[in-house]
Design a protein around this ligand. Sequence first.
Ligand code: KE4
Length: 428
Amino acid sequence: MNHHRSSVLFQQAKASIPGGVNSPVRAFKSVGADPLFITRAAGCTISDEDGNSYTDYVGSWGPMILGHCHPQVVDAVKSALEKGASFGAPTKLEITLAEMVIDAVPSIEMVRMVSSGTEATMSAIRLARGFTGRDKILKFSGCYHGHADSLLVKAGSGAATFGVPDSPGVPADFAKHTLTGEYNSLASVKTLVAENPGQIACIIVEPVAGNMGTVPPREGFLEGLREICTNEGIVLIFDEVMSGFRVAYGGAQELYGITPDMTTLGKIIGGGLPVGAFGGKREIMEKLSPNGGVYQAGTLSGNPLAMSAGIATLSLLKQPGFYSALEEKSRAVADGISAAAKQAGYPIYSTRVGSMFCAFFTPGEVYDWSTAAACDTKAFSRYFLGMLEEGIYLAPSQFETAFVSAAHTDADIERTIAAAAKCFKALR
Ligand code: KE4
């Protein structure tokens, strides 16, 4: 495929935009290629500046569960725009979406809208600290919760259980309040909690990890976190920015039957427009300004265009049979790719939760960051570029999740599996 125009645009973009992109993972750095510049998308098809079209499994990193340009979402945004793009004042639309979220996710008694997942997690953590009066937080290696300073932290080396910055610009004084456990390891959590008694405000976790590839929670992991948080007075935050309305209408907490104290949301609830949200128990949420003292704000929070897209999207997801139909498509494509790898004699470890799936380029089980990091990323890159040549658009990193939409047809899935078979054979 010819990508000339995209490459020319990428060079031009790099002169005015750092790295030529407005979010790093889009730069295709980890797969050693120039990114494609997209002109349009419809259904599960995305098209680039050179006139190439691809079957899309990125779906804007999760939001496009209906597929691109669903007519009811497009119409909802168009009619909202004709009434005004933004007022900076309350609207009925915000009540409608808030009530839909509360209806979908029973653990959420009140919810505040923001404009990104990062804002949602940053604000939820501040609220948990304000509610508990504690400073420390606990996250997990391999989980990503956006780019707020307290979350760009990695485990301190050796005995130091304090976090250390994972990015220049994050002061050590901020990082030291962030503890890092190992995903699927309750033992690591119990050790950190014992070492920091009465000091941890919250544990924030992706109930289905989607930012180290797709890593499901092992039996008992989420239940164990719930028990520890209940016993220790720690706020349990499920970061469902990716899994919310993705793995079930009520998110991973519905799928696994675990009730967090707070939930963060994003992606799908904006239907492709900028929306994040954080919500939870009334007694916690009431601590938020203007009622309580924990400050949080946003010029475009609850924006009428974004609310309209979210309302239209959730209305369609709520239709009977939506998730069961998506489950069948997702099973078909993930199992088909896994079978193609096996047939080619190429070892991968395949994971899937609902319409989130991943092929890990390793023969062993992947259940946390260290086992994910052992993957052959060079082989993944060759697979990614091979699939792109076959017209299949995957996330340009081994440590991301592939997403199936309602717009993927059986023909799209068959073409994807055939492309994977060809690419795995070429890797041998
Ligand atoms: P945003 O600030 O990007 O809207 O959301 C941050 C975030 C929070 N929590 C979870 C579980 C997330 O997956 C994300 C963002 N996901 C990445 C994809 N791995 C967004 C893609 C990007 O950074 O460009």
